[in-house]
Design a protein around this ligand. Structure first.
Ligand SMILES: [Zn+2]
Ligand SMILES: [Zn+2]
Length: 220
């Protein structure tokens, strides 16, 4: 899988471009202030981006949605329970003393039902890769983790937003946050994955499920 990560000041939030190395189809995850870097990476790889996927709606993860949507003209996806945050992105900026533009409306809310019906196309698929959406509230009500796997391979790569970090966990003091809920999401959803599962967080470096299971001070 092609994985490109970009992060810029002030939040150093990771935005991602994922692509299928065979079909050159791809997705963008959490475009923020680094959106032009993500779009350039997609162009460099010759990727055709099919969807803009949001892990949650805190401002650092969504300030590039408008630019990405304008450049790509593809649907923007979010969990319904974070739409109240998304619609208040200007006010979120004011909380941090930042001027933030309002963003275009969400096109599609994630469907977390049992899966794709037989014969129906999976809307989040890119080439030979499938994106499974896991609801992991706690950092915010509509936080999700994206588990990406290749056809014929049962290993996953996780894009966890601000749910889990290398050596830390997401903050729970913002509107809709809850520490117990967050710990339950990590233990019951993320820790179901095997130890060698690679985890890309919304901030900082990559880690693995095993590393966090063994050494994360919030979870041991
Ligand atoms: Zn966040
Ligand atoms: Zn963040």
């Amino acid at each position: 899988m092609i994985i490109e990560r970009r992060a810029v000041e002030p939040f150093y939030k990771n935005g991602f471009v994922l692509g299928c190395e065979e079909t050159r189809q791809g997705v963008i995850i959490d475009p923020g202030d680094e959106v032009q870097g993500l779009l350039a990476a997609a162009r460099q790889h010759g990727l055709s981006i099919g969807n803009i996927l949001l892990t949650h709606a805190h401002l650092d993860h969504v300030t590039g949605v408008g630019a990405a949507k304008k450049a790509l003209a593809v649907p923007v996806w979010l969990h319904r329970d974070d739409n109240f945050l998304y619609e208040r992105v200007v006010e979120q900026g004011q909380m941090f003393g930042l001027r933030v533009e309002s963003q275009p409306p969400i096109d599609r809310f994630y469907d977390l039902s049992t899966g794709i019906e037989a014969g129906k196309e999976d809307p989040l698929r890119f080439g030979r890769y499938r994106v499974k959406v896991l609801h992991t509230p706690g950092h915010c009500p509509g936080g999700v983790c994206l588990a990406v796997s290749k056809d014929g391979d049962d290993r996953h790569t996780l894009f966890v937003g601000d749910t889990l970090f290398a050596g830390s966990i997401g903050r729970t003091d913002l509107p809709g946050g809850n520490l117990e809920t967050l710990l339950r999401s990590i233990r019951e959803v993320l820790f179901q994955f095997p130890d060698d599962t690679v985890v890309w967080s919304g901030h900082g470096e990559q880690t693995t499920i095993g590393q966090e299971r063994r050494t994360n001070p919030f979870l041991t």
